[in-house]
Design a protein around this ligand. Structure first.
Ligand code: PAZ
Length: 326
């Protein structure tokens, strides 16, 4: 999985990265226009209110395998980590731009699943016909939902959350550039928290078969291109003052260690949150400033994301004070 659309190569590649993104931007122009129209005023309002602002990316990207796409390259990500992290950042007073894969977990709303999963007997249309009554089976789950509803209402009222759903890897990467550039206005008060699982490969748009591939013509050969790497652009060009936190998922601990350390040194990432596929709910390793720290899920009532966010917020506090000490 790529590092947010990951690491970047040599100097000469910078122009070609921008060119590829420009090409994609023209294919997703309507979607991107909407992002632009919403994100700029949002960031300006937050900066005006003196708030810290985070971009949280979440969920998996998908890359089409056909022009009129029936099939896609997709991945495992549920969006749980990103959605939970949004809630904890909001609890720390941040404003958040949530760039998430549509259909994956959403901040606050993930707690409402208790209702959609409820058996018919637990739901009743009220006598007025205009509202629903819900009888919870699990008291704790219900309490979490009530708290989530209250917090959701408050963050909507305060206009501190901007949710931007994406579908494809093209939308994701173009959206990431757009939001990061807008966040540059927040200077060191911005955090980029890149927990989305981004495809490393895609089929170039001009090589996609226009229609659904036939299944009666024998094996299909796909030639996948590497997705352009963006950490360097984020660090040095789009939002150079922001605290840059990237996530790295691997299936082999030694590879994770090597790649996380490389992202720190090669691309100037401030913190890498490393995790392994099958233990990602139990533990993550934070790599930062030559140090490593393991965070574990050790209490039933506390999500691991609360601990990750605490560490990021503390690092951001130091980042902001270093800026004002200059
Ligand atoms: O979305 P989720 O909660 O199921 O999983 C979270 C995660 C593993 C996608 C995230 O912690 C992560 O490591 N994101 C970066 C993946 C990568 O591109 O390497």
């Amino acid at each position: 999985m790529g590092e947010c659309g990951g690491e970047e190569g040599r100097d000469g590649e910078h122009a070609s990265v921008e060119r590829v993104l420009d090409e994609w931007a023209s294919c997703v122009s309507e979607w991107l226009q909407e992002v632009r129209e919403r994100v700029l005023p949002f960031v300006q309002a937050q900066v005006g209110a003196g708030r810290r602002v985070a971009l949280v990316t979440s969920g998996g990207t998908r890359a089409p395998l056909e022009g009129n796409a029936v099939r896609f390259l997709d991945n495992f990500s549920t969006g749980q980590r990103g959605a939970a992290s949004v809630e904890y950042l909001m609890a720390h007073g941040y404003a958040v731009v949530f760039l998430y894969r549509s259909g994956s977990a959403e901040a606050y709303q993930r707690h409402f699943a208790a209702i959609t999963r409820a058996p018919a007997a637990a739901l009743q249309v009220a006598d007025d016909g205009a509202s629903l009554q819900y009888t919870p089976a699990d008291r704790k789950e219900y309490q979490r939902m009530v708290v989530a509803i209250e917090r959701y209402g408050a963050c909507v009222a305060e206009r501190r959350l901007l949710a931007l759903p994406f579908e494809t890897v093209f939308e994701y990467l173009c959206g990431l550039r757009e939001v990061a550039r807008a966040l540059a206005a927040a200077g060191r008060s911005a955090v980029l928290y890149l927990s989305a699982a981004v495809s490393d490969f895609y089929v170039p748009l001009d090589r996609l078969p226009p229609h659904k591939m036939a299944s009666d013509g024998g094996p299909v050969q796909l030639q996948l291109q590497p997705v352009p790497k963006l950490l360097g652009r984020l660090r040095h060009h789009w939002a150079p003052q922001a605290l840059l936190v990237s996530f790295k998922l691997e299936t082999d601990a030694a590879v994770l260690q090597a790649r996380a350390t490389r992202a720190l040194h090669r691309y100037g990432v401030d913190m890498v949150v490393g995790n392994l596929l099958h233990t990602r709910r139990q533990a993550v390793t934070l790599y930062s400033g030559g140090k490593q720290r393991i965070l574990e899920h050790d209490a039933e009532e506390t999500e691991l994301e609360a601990r990750i966010v605490d560490a990021v917020v503390a690092a951001h506090g130091r980042h902001v004070s270093q800026g004002s000490a200059r």
